[in-house]
Design a protein around this ligand. Structure first.
Ligand SMILES: O=C(O)CCC(=O)C(=O)O
Ligand SMILES: [Fe+2]
Length: 356
């Protein structure tokens, strides 16, 4: 029978996986959402969101089907902020290999994983949420957080050598996503009848653009009604690519003040715009607020990759999207990621700080 949680556990280990393995039938206080915006009882049975599928190969087609797909893209991003990308040029086998690799890493003995362990005040490496304040509610997840670009910020000591092909497969995936990121930024511009390069220019093709990979591992959780895998947030990126677990759902998106489940589509990649594209588009495209619910029976593995403009880039609404009907809604910002974290820690929605 599962043990009862000792009442004295507050801060615990720095791995949720270890905590989950103890087999308690309660979660420690520090993981409990008591109400507020996420509303006390967390429901895993929210309605399903019909996330549009976009065939990337059609987005450059001069045919009527191409124009239709561009329109679908614009409509998906302005109403949901995300879409399922198909025909992205990566084989099912390759995506399975990535997933397998991530599973293998989290299944390694703790001692081995801790070789890549982050320190309490660092974000990079393997571990769970850093505890920054006493009131913080912790996420029921362990992560492996890696900076991929810029090259000089890469810290290889955090890159697993086990599984053996980890570095190589991850680099290959990122190279493919870099191409997709540019492709999508161009397609978004065209879908809004703008010059192809206007988002990409702000994103900057400079060396300083950041790419972050976050491997998320969600252990089983005894109280999915009380704890969240990731609390509600929108991403600080321009574009995020999420390779979801092939079988286990968990991601939810907030739309019209209601949570919706994002379905699993095994070989599609879920693409969402982050706050920086919302700003560039003057609010036409929406950076979706999302969260992850936990599951009492099954673990879940995902891989999120964030594409972030260089910190010296000025990000603001594209001039052509500002007019009398739609006045400028955001200031021009620089180093939005810093603004994001300052506000996030205060419990505010970061993009509000950029609003006029
Ligand atoms: O794991 C997921 O489904 C989403 C993770 C996420 O939102 C994030 O890493 O920012
Ligand atoms: Fe996210």
């Amino acid at each position: 029978m599962a043990e009862t949680l000792p009442t004295k556990i507050y801060s615990l280990s720095n791995s949720v996986q270890e905590l989950a393995m103890k087999g308690y039938n309660e979660v420690p206080e520090r993981y409990v959402h008591k109400g507020g915006s996420s509303g006390g009882i967390i429901s895993a049975s929210a309605p399903l969101l019909d996330v549009p599928s976009i065939d990337l190969s059609l987005l450059i087609s001069p045919s009527p089907a191409g124009a239709e797909e561009l329109e679908k893209l614009q409509s998906a991003l302005s109403s949901f902020g995300c879409f399922q990308a198909t025909n992205h040029g990566m084989s099912n086998m390759f995506l399975d290999k990535l997933r397998e690799m991530s599973k293998e890493f989290f299944a390694l003995p703790m001692e081995e994983k801790k070789k890549y362990g982050k320190t309490a005040d660092d974000i990079e490496g393997y571990g769970s949420d850093s505890v920054l304040s006493e009131h913080q509610i912790l996420d029921w997840t362990d992560r492996l957080y890696l900076t991929i670009s810029p090259e000089d910020k890469k810290r290889l000591k955090f890159w697993p050598e086990n599984p053996r092909n980890f570095r190589e497969v991850l680099e290959e995936y990122i190279m493919k996503l870099k191409t997709l990121n540019e492709f999508i930024l161009k397609a978004i511009a065209r879908s809004l009848n703008l010059a192809e390069n206007c988002f990409l220019q702000q994103y900057g093709e400079s060396e300083s653009a950041a790419v972050i990979a976050r491997f998320n591992f969600y252990p089983t959780c005894p109280r999915p009604d009380l704890a969240l895998g990731v609390k509600p947030h929108a991403d600080a990126s321009a574009i995020t690519f999420l390779l979801q677990d092939k079988e286990v759902e968990g991601l939810q998106v907030l739309k019209d003040d209601q949570w919706f489940r994002v379905p699993v589509v095994p070989y599609s990649i879920l693409v969402n715009v982050g706050d920086q594209v919302e700003i560039m588009s003057n609010g036409i495209l929406k950076s979706p607020v999302h969260r992850v619910v936990t599951n009492s029976k099954r673990e879940r593995n995902t891989l999120a990759v964030f594409f972030i403009p260089g910190s010296e880039m000025e990000i603001g609404p594209v001039e052509k999207l500002i007019n009398e009907e739609r006045p400028r809604m955001y200031k021009t910002v620089k180093d939005y990621v810093s603004i994001y974290f300052q506000n996030y820690q205060l419990g505010k929605r970061p993009i509000d700080a950029a609003k006029i």
